[in-house]
Design a protein around this ligand. Structure first.
Ligand code: GLU
Length: 500
């Protein structure tokens, strides 16, 4: 069902793709898909000093990686730019802003302001001293044409300021219900065009949302204080005011505001740690939305079906990494073998390059491991921790770990030696988990050891770790030769400990 609903994500390429931007993009995307509307991406690149093509690429690539697609904008399905309202980069739309600014000047809804930085600075200091909120004092608000001409003649440059009307600006927010703000709190008439002619955010965002027929502006709560300025501009320009919805802030687990310094906010960092797109999308959807049921695992397609803006909450959304890891594990379990192998390989390659493992397992070896690792991966990167010892030449074993808590050094040595003998009795044919286990259980029983202690000593000796996938599956993966060699090495080391 086609609809007139048009929404957008409007990132500024002044930093890498932030989880807040990804979440806002996702909510706009889901809303558009749910109602059969249009979702576009616009690059707000007028902060020329801080915008880079590298950040632009990170943002577009990151959104594509998540599976979020847009109908109009740069990078639509690999096309440089597509859509009826092109260009979708603000620096290529300067004419549009210049025309709109000229219109506001002509109608006296905006005026040239000649105040110098020194004058503005003095105003600010006086306001501070008087404990007043900073605001433009209106020095240039009522200049006569002659006074303006005189300033021009002095060579003074002007910015363009928008006249803020007195009164209240209000809107029915899709998330926050009725919001009303007295325009006396907006800091006075604000600048929409700098002296060098470059337009500012509040202005370009409104001109473009109108030009691109945006029906719903859905963005983060940090924009609530900007919205009254935008509404005033829509009105002054004679445009229909879109519907606004402000999504709750994403908070740290302790309820504090997220910051780049304190929190991991770049999507690329989550990708690098082995979160899969399905889980990130699923988790981002829950940052402010819930289906109102106990269901937790949703694919992007399911979210498109189920997502409703009415179910977006007002309160801040705490970022819960444990829940994200749990969801990630759920999604890793759902990947088919080829897909999972393809996603694990880059992490193993990186570990190989970093020298954490000495060889890269061939694909067949990795495939055989999937049944024992698949359910034990909170992230793809944990594969290295979980089974990386299978691919190292020299295993580093902490002697303190080798001795089970209930055993002394001599028992540990005896246990390892007896286990080695029992294990060596198997040939390649009986090198199977269900063949390896019974004789070792029998051995423990005969010696009066707890099987768990014996297994722990074997586990640490062969893997260097106290936690692994099931022991006998792990030994099968390690192979007979390497299992015996590692047991031998452990016996030698433990012998030295016993002899003191
Ligand atoms: N470029 C703005 C930002 O990145 C867009 C805000 C908006 O959606 O209006 O925050």
């Amino acid at each position: 069902m086609p609809s007139d609903i048009r929404v957008r994500i409007a990132p500024s390429p002044t930093g890498p793709l932030h989880i807040g931007t990804a979440r806002t993009a996702l909510f706009n995307y889901l809303f558009a898909r749910h109602v059969g509307g249009t979702f576009l991406l616009r690059l707000e690149d007028t902060d020329v000093a801080r915008s880079t093509t590298a950040f632009e690429k990170d943002i577009l690539d990151g959104l594509h990686w998540l599976g979020i697609t847009w109908d109009e904008g740069p990078g639509v399905a690999g096309v440089e730019e597509a859509g009826p309202y092109a260009p979708y980069r603000q620096m290529q739309r300067l004419d549009t802003y210049a025309e709109a600014a000229a219109r506001l000047l002509l109608a006296d809804r905006a005026y040239p302001c000649y105040c110098t930085p020194e004058e503005l600075d003095a105003d600010r200091r006086a306001q501070e001293a008087a404990k007043e909120a900073p605001r433009y004092v209106g020095r240039c608000a009522a200049l006569t044409p002659a006074q303006r001409a005189a300033r021009e003649a002095q060579g003074r440059r002007s910015v363009t300021r928008f006249r803020v009307r007195p009164g209240v600006v209000g809107w029915n927010d899709l998330v926050r219900d009725r919001v009303e703000i007295d325009t006396s709190n907006l800091g006075g008439d604000f600048v929409i065009v700098r002296a060098d002619g470059t337009p500012l955010y509040h202005f370009t965002v409104v001109v473009d949302d109108a030009a691109m027929a945006i029906s719903h502006v859905i963005r983060g709560e940090d924009h609530v204080s900007n919205t009254p300025k935008h509404i005033l501009l829509f009105e002054a320009l004679g445009y229909a005011v879109p519907v606004f919805g402000h999504l709750p802030l994403i908070l740290n687990p302790d309820g504090t505001k997220m910051s780049k310094r304190k929190s991991q906010t770049a999507v690329a960092d989550y990708i690098a740690q082995g979160f899969v797109r399905e889980a990130l999308v699923n988790y981002f959807a829950f940052l402010g939305w819930s289906p109102g049921t106990e269901e937790e695992v949703f694919s992007l397609a399911e979210l498109e079906q189920r997502f409703e803006l009415e179910k977006v909450q007002k309160g801040g959304a705490r970022f819960d990494r444990e829940r994200l890891e749990w969801l990630n594990g759920q999604w890793i379990r759902r990947l088919d073998d080829d897909d999972l192998i393809g996603r694990l390989l880059p992490f193993l390659e990186a570990a190989h390059v970093a020298g954490q493992i000495d060889r890269l397992p061939p694909e067949g070896e990795l495939r055989a491991l999937l049944p024992i690792v698949r359910e034990r991966l909170p992230t793809l990167a944990t594969i290295v921790d979980l089974v990386g010892y299978l691919w190292v030449d020299e295993l580093d074993v902490d002697p303190a770990l080798l001795r089970p808590r209930r055993w002394d050094a001599a028992t540990t040595l005896a246990g390892l030696a007896a286990a080695r003998e029992a294990i060596a009795a198997h040939d390649a044919v009986t090198w199977e988990a269900d063949e390896l286990e019974p004789p070792l259980r029998a051995l423990a029983e005969a010696r009066g050891w707890r099987a768990g202690d014996l297994f722990m000593a074997i586990r640490v000796a062969t893997t260097g770790r106290t936690a692994t996938p099931p022991l006998f599956d792990t030994l099968v993966a390690l192979g007979r030769e390497r299992t015996l060699a590692r047991l031998d090495a452990a016996i030698v080391r433990q012998g030295a400990v016993v002899r003191g």
